[in-house]
Design a protein around this ligand. Structure first.
Ligand SMILES: [Zn+2]
Length: 349
């Protein structure tokens, strides 16, 4: 049996994406850390870091391997930096994810992708492993929500332009050998009306015509203070997925990635995407406590009431970039061991 991530393993494990960078490449345990190298040394350093995270994922038994986002500073901004039409010198303070103020670049003209952004990096990742590989791109709505728009003056129009650009990039990633292309849309947990009105349509535009598996990752963010403060206001049950999941269930996106461990997400919401592959977070990224394999298996086991085992991909809640390297590595092992426990249970049934 081949599951939709391209592996023949039941419960194939994969992280959401980012992993800590080595301290010689960027300052550890902060997001958006500046590079410690420059020029040719930076190019080489990024590749060495990518080799190291591939090695660590393989050694610890991950079935689907990522680049750990070793070649980018930020999951949205690094992509936008490569586009024309956005001025990084003209900055405006805007409210991001309706949650915190940030100084962001300005859209000053038509946005276009004049050259591939991550395709060379993906080709390098492809050369480093025989396992299926997954590559993350920002989603159109999350890109829009990370900019000030002086040109289109319409979030929907700008999202549509970004979706077209993302589709070009995704087609080239697919040609470079990427098995799973993931779009990160944390904004889907915030702007429910826009998700309904144009968010899912823009995502559909981004995945149009792809033969690679496609995923959407929707989360409650990294374990940074602004996100933790926001989470504290969400009450005992987090039902944000209730808005987007029925729309995604009817979409052509293959895989839906969500938070499942230590968050207040009722796991029965997974039923709303019945038929899709579910990448379920069974590892908390907002805590440095390393889960036991039993805890991971327990979260996954509870989800099996709402998703078929051959459609479940054990994963992390979100990226692990801000964690200490040793903690992130230990969490990789816990994820793999927890999935193995459940796999044994299912085989014994
Ligand atoms: Zn996330």
């Amino acid at each position: 049996m081949t599951t939709s991530t391209g592996t023949s393993t039941l419960l194939p494990t994969a992280t959401v994406g980012s992993l800590p960078k080595p301290s010689w490449l960027a300052e550890p345990e902060i997001l958006w850390a500046p590079w410690n190298l420059e020029g040719a040394a930076l190019v080489e350093g990024k590749q060495d870091a990518l080799r190291a995270v591939v090695h660590e994922q393989e050694r610890r038994g991950l079935d689907v391997v990522t680049d750990g986002e070793q070649t980018r500073r930020h999951f949205v901004t690094t992509f936008i930096e490569h586009l024309s039409g956005v001025d990084f010198e003209q900055r405006e303070t805007v409210r991001i994810r309706d949650r915190y103020d940030a100084s962001v670049p300005t859209v000053v003209g038509a946005v276009t992708r004049e050259q591939p952004v991550f395709v060379d990096d993906a080709r390098f990742l492809r050369s480093q492993t025989d396992r299926p590989i997954k590559w993350a791109l920002p989603g159109p709505m999350t890109m829009v929500d990370t900019l000030y728009d002086r040109h289109y003056r319409s979030r929907e129009k700008l999202a549509w332009e970004f979706a077209t650009i993302l589709n070009q990039e995704a087609r080239e990633l697919e040609a470079a050998g990427v098995d799973v292309i993931q779009f990160d849309e944390p904004a889907f947990n915030v702007f429910h009306d826009e998700v309904r009105d144009w968010g899912v349509a823009a995502l559909e535009r981004a995945v149009e015509g792809l033969r690679a598996q496609t995923a959407v990752h929707i989360c409650y963010g990294y374990g940074i203070k602004a996100n933790n403060d926001w989470k504290a206001t969400l009450g005992p049950e987090w039902r944000q997925y209730e808005h987007s999941f029925p729309l995604l269930q009817r979409s052509s996106v293959d895989i839906v990635s969500l938070e499942g461990h230590h968050s207040h997400v009722p796991l029965d919401l997974i039923e709303l995407v019945r038929g899709k592959t579910v990448m379920l977070g069974a590892v908390d990224v907002a805590s440095e406590d390393v889960e036991t394999p039993e805890e991971v298996a327990d979260t996954l086991r509870r989800a099996l009431a709402f998703v078929d085992a051959d459609r479940l991909v054990p994963s992390t809640n979100c990226g692990m970039a801000p964690l200490p390297r040793s903690v992130a590595d230990a969490k990789l092992s816990a994820l793999v061991a927890g999935a193995a426990l459940l796999r044994e249970e299912l085989a014994a049934r």
